[in-house]
Design a protein around this ligand. Structure first.
Ligand code: HEM
Length: 215
């Protein structure tokens, strides 16, 4: 990610309203990535009770959140002393519109520093990167959070039972460790939900892990 080719490639970059470069971060539909749908579905389907003084009429959680954040920010701006110009407000908004969304999709986040952020996937259901890239059937179905002992080979914390650790059970709703799978039956022609690449050999996995460590 330090090469000029990356920074000059239009595929990866767009511009904000001030013409500054912004990294494009794609949302991949759950129907493709196949990871646990609960978080996105709840964001889209959950309804919230809205006190009338908020002046928000859309009671879907994701959208109510969008307007609540925007209204709160605008209130703070309006109380600012000395008063803020429109240009100041835009700058403080990052020169971007409020695009909080409730899509049935998850983001492909840049993987910089990803070695340091186990457990993986949006719901933290996969303890190490080695598990994420390896045989999906071998991903741990129960593991323990709380250890600070880092495993530099698999890239994750040790997940054996520990005193006062928290048992993460992937069979509970919202905790599924499925999706983002590399399998023998991957095909570019016929999409299989949750299968995003071909089976990776132990050497390929190791090479990818060594590469990810450098980011
Ligand atoms: C060898 C290739 C790949 C590697 C090494 C890789 C690595 C990773 C890692 C480490 C994460 C976890 C990030 C985190 O928990 O913070 C992740 C998440 C994700 N990746 Fe990949 N990835 C690869 C290919 C792909 C492809 C081909 C796609 C698109 C189809 C994709 C889409 C995603 C998405 C949408 C997430 C977030 C899923 C969720 O949190 O539920 N990845 N990837």
């Amino acid at each position: 990610m330090t090469s000029e080719a990356f920074y000059n490639n239009e595929k990866w970059w767009t511009k904000n309203q001030a013409g500054e470069a912004i990294l494009k971060v794609e949302n991949i539909p759950i129907s493709h990535i196949g990871t646990d749908p609960a978080q996105a579905e709840d964001m889209a389907n959950r309804k919230v009770a809205l006190p009338s003084n908020l002046g928000i009429t859309d009671n879907r959680f994701g959208f109510a959140l969008k307007y609540l954040v925007e209204n709160t920010v605008n209130l703070i701006y309006s109380e600012h002393n000395p008063p803020l110009s429109d240009a100041d407000r835009k700058r403080m908004d990052g020169n971007m519109p409020n695009e909080i969304q409730a899509e049935l999709a998850y983001k492909v986040r840049p993987l910089n520093g990803v070695w340091a952020t186990p457990p993986y996937l949006h719901n933290g259901s996969v303890p190490t990167i080695d598990d994420l890239l390896g045989d999906p059937e071998k991903r741990p179905t129960k593991f323990y959070l709380g250890s600070r002992e880092y495993d530099p080979v698999k890239l994750g914390y040790k997940a054996d039972p520990i005193t006062n650790g928290f048992e993460f059970d992937t069979s509970i709703r919202g905790n599924s460790n499925r999706g983002h799978e590399f399998r023998k039956d991957f095909s570019k022609e016929k999409e299989i939900k949750g299968v995003i690449g071909p089976e990776l050999s132990a050497d390929d996995r190791k090479a990818l892990i060594e590469y990810l460590k450098t980011l």
